[in-house]
Design a protein around this ligand. Structure first.
Ligand code: C2E
Ligand code: MG
Length: 552
């Protein structure tokens, strides 16, 4: 098809070029004819002594030079036609070659871009997106042809220790070598992917029986046994694995991967190092799976709601911001906390993306409305670890911002301390992109993980939020009060403002003022409210927001 189109384009180019050159050949013929006429007239005049028909006829009859001249228009015409055709074909072929070259380059570039977006840059294995896609397709085929397939997830359990001991470059080398050994033990038609910083996924297609995945788990254990030699040091890798089978454990990609991951978490506490999913693994939480399947429709059924909790300046009493907190209004269980369902859905990439989009749309719309009403507050939106590793996040946020008309400086994005450490490079890249777009960042739940200070300094942060577990106890626990004071000092030294969450009473508020903390958030001010209740609270409370210049 492409060749046919290119061929017809070449024919068209040849026709245009030929027409151009033929025009020049015609001009040549005209000049030759004009030369013959002038020459004939001159010969006639000089030989007969006048310009007459007889003189012209005799000149043409008797002058051999004129005979020769008479041939020139034909020679010009023929030569012009011939060379124009040759030239046109040559030029056409050159254009065709160059077009073909450009087309090849464009194809290569497209292939490269596609490869980069679907592969892990370190190991060149398919990434999470491609893995999900392959599993989804494999399920369709397996369903059609009555085949079995298995998902095996393998985590390098001691990767954090390796990272902390050897640093980034060497731990990257470990992952590269792990991926090379994994490739060696897998069958050609299976898919191996790197789906998280230290998690690899296997898709085993068209298997004769379900024990194949278990045998692969044992082979992987043997393959990982010999220590890895990294810069002359021996490094031991501890793999843990979880397995789920299609169709026994799920008939869609999200359920299968989630169940393989439940099996993996169970394997972390087992002595054999791998587990095959069993429904009893979910027994800890009987509601969990039912809720999970219901959550998929929660957005469509309009069961999610965004609540708000105020942030006030401890020093001036001014209302400076509000944190948006999602709630699930479950038809049976009532208002359900995000602490319950967010961790449950983060494994489900697509669902968490839906929730993120929904939360941003709601929060940005409310924020835009408040600014229109002249209420100058900053709205904080939470981002989970998985969302922060999604390269599409900045575009998604930019799209919602454009459709709601908010300004990035009205928004604070809250990222958890843990997410910063999980995939530091990707997180930093995404955070920096959003920061360049004008968004500010806050580190949430500070104090719960041991974030490297060097790393914190690299992040373009504005705020640090002290986890409520410390704040709520500052009156009774000397340890917690020392930690809170130390975090406030540290944040101020890094040029960050500090918000304390979990301010449950006047005494905690007073203590925080003494410690020079900037902002407070907690039940002392109010419990999170729906957007309508929040507006009513703002209008009636003593904490007042600044008036914005945006008021219509
Ligand atoms: P977080 O960001 O640390 O939010 C603060 C949590 O502390 C909220 O719980 C809030 O209700 C609670 N809190 C505030 N003041 C007090 C207090 O004085 N005492 C006590 N006991 N608790 C207080 P909530 O709303 O249940 O949210 C829990 C977590 O869920 C949030 O923690 C956040 O990490 C996550 N989350 C909430 N909404 C979203 C969302 O839209 N997207 C994502 N990814 N995560 C969200
Ligand atoms: Mg938060």
């Amino acid at each position: 098809m492409i060749i046919a189109i290119a061929g017809s384009q070449l024919g068209e180019n040849v026709r245009i070029l030929k027409a151009e050159v033929t025009k020049t050949a015609y001009q040549g013929v005209l000049i030759a004819v004009a030369t013959i006429i002038i020459a004939t007239l001159l010969v006639s005049y000089f030989s007969v002594g006048e310009l007459s028909l007889n003189g012209i006829v005799s000149a043409q009859k008797n002058n051999i030079a004129l005979w020769f001249l008479d041939c020139t228009p034909f020679i010009f015409g023929f030569w012009g036609q011939y060379s124009s055709t040759m030239l046109a074909y040559k030029a056409g072929a050159m254009v065709f070659d160059q077009t073909q070259e450009l087309r090849n380059e464009a194809n290569n570039l497209e292939k490269q871009t596609h490869h980069i977006s679907t592969h892990d840059s370190l190991t060149d294995l398919p990434n999470r997106t491609l893995f999900y896609d392959r599993v989804e397709r494999a399920i369709v085929t397996a369903d059609d042809q009555n085949q079995l397939l298995s998902i095996l997830l393998m985590e390098v359990e001691n990767f954090k220790d390796i990272y902390n001991t050897l640093g980034r470059n060497s731990s990257d080398l470990v992952l590269k070598q792990v991926s090379a050994r994994l490739k060696k033990v897998s069958r050609e038609r299976d898919v191996i992917a790197k789906i998280d910083s230290n998690v690899f996924g296997f898709l085993l297609v068209d298997i004769a029986n379900l024990s194949i995945a278990e045998r692969l788990a044992q082979t992987i254990q043997q393959a990982m046994e010999p220590p890895f030699i990294i810069n002359h040091s021996k490094v031991t890798v501890h793999p843990v694995m979880g397995i789920a089978h299609f169709p026994d454990h799920g008939d869609d990609v999200d359920t299968l991967i989630q169940r393989a991951s439940v099996a993996l978490h169970t394997a972390q506490h087992s002595s054999i190092g791998y587990c095959i999913y069993e429904p009893s693994f979910d027994k800890l939480n009987p509601k969990r799976l039912t809720l999970m399947s219901e959550f998929r429709e929660a957005i469509e059924r309009d069961e999610l709601e965004l609540y708000y909790q105020a942030k006030v300046s401890i020093q001036t009493g001014e209302l400076l911001g509000a944190e948006a907190l999602v709630r699930w209004n479950h038809p049976v269980y009532g208002l359900t906390s995000p602490d319950y369902f967010i961790p449950m859905i983060v494994e489900y990439t697509r669902i968490i993306k839906h929730v993120t989009l929904w939360a941003f749309q709601r929060a940005f719309r409310n924020c835009a409305d408040w600014h229109k009403q002249g209420i100058d507050i900053k709205v904080s939106v939470n981002l989970s670890t998985k969302e922060l590793h999604d390269p599409e996040l900045p575009d998604l946020i930019a799209g919602v911002a454009a459709s709601t008309g908010i300004k990035p400086e009205w928004i604070m994005l809250e990222i958890s301390e843990g997410s910063v450490m999980k995939e530091p490079e990707i997180t930093l890249e995404i955070v920096e992109r959003l920061h360049r777009m004008g968004y500010q960042f806050s580190i949430d739940d500070f104090g719960t993980e041991f974030t490297s200070l060097a790393y914190l300094k690299k992040m373009p942060l504005t705020e640090l939020k002290i986890d409520k577990s410390f704040v709520m106890n500052i009156l009774n626990s000397e340890n917690d009060s020392t930690i809170v004071k130390a975090i406030i000092n540290l944040a101020h030294n890094l040029g960050l403002q500090v918000t304390a969450i979990g301010v449950e009473n006047q005494e905690i508020m007073a203590k925080l003022k003494e410690y020079d903390c900037d902002m407070a958030q907690g039940y002392f001010l109010h419990k999170p409210f729906s957007a309508t209740e929040f507006i009513q609270w703002m209008n009636s409370s003593k904490w007042k927001a600044g008036r914005s210049a945006n008021k219509n």
